[in-house]
Ligand binder design. Sequence first.
Ligand code: DX5
Ligand code: ZN
Length: 214
Amino acid sequence: MHLVSPSLLSADFGNLQRDIEMLNDSACDWLHVDVMDGIFVPNISFGQPVVKHIKKHARKPLDVHLMIMDPGRYVEDFKNAGADILTVHYEACTHLDRTLHAIKDAGMKAGVVLNPHTPVSLLEDSVQICDLVLLMSVNPGFGGQKFIENTYAKVRQLRALCDRKNPQCLIEIDGGVNTTNAPLLYEAGADVLVAGNAVFKSDNPQQTILELKR
Ligand code: DX5
Ligand code: ZN
């Protein structure tokens, strides 16, 4: 599968409705929504009230990436705000199994996110519960960072793990994705690419989305 999930972190926050409408009219598949708490990551982005407004204008599923400590506390809140897919960091959850089940029980797709330093092998006992796994290809917190090359190897390892334990599970990549590394990521086994700067700093974001899907 070749899906693209543009990250609204790189959108113009003063013109969110305009940027969401541009994405509604594009070939993108999901809208990637980055929630940051200033503790798990150094940056603070926005929370549930903003997600609710994004939902009001979006005509594509909201792919909500929680970069917050103990995300299990907010599963219901983000369901109510309109999340369709909710991903939580392996590094931020003491009870990952419980949190993933809570996300599914609330009626959302559930995913785990791994930071660049976290080995894929740690998912051996949780990949069965996941609808998707998101591999960070930068250290989370900011848009516009440089892609970490070791990600290709991790995608291949994860593909092998999913083939063995949960072939349905989607593999998503987030950070520094562009039209140059996109084909290599799909080739390694990725299904969904997040792109912030590549889309929003492009002269023609809708054309870039098409190129990222190829
Ligand atoms: C980083 C966020 C990303 C970010 C990606 O912490 O999780 O989703 O917006 O932005 P780019 O594509 O510019 O690296
Ligand atoms: Zn993200």
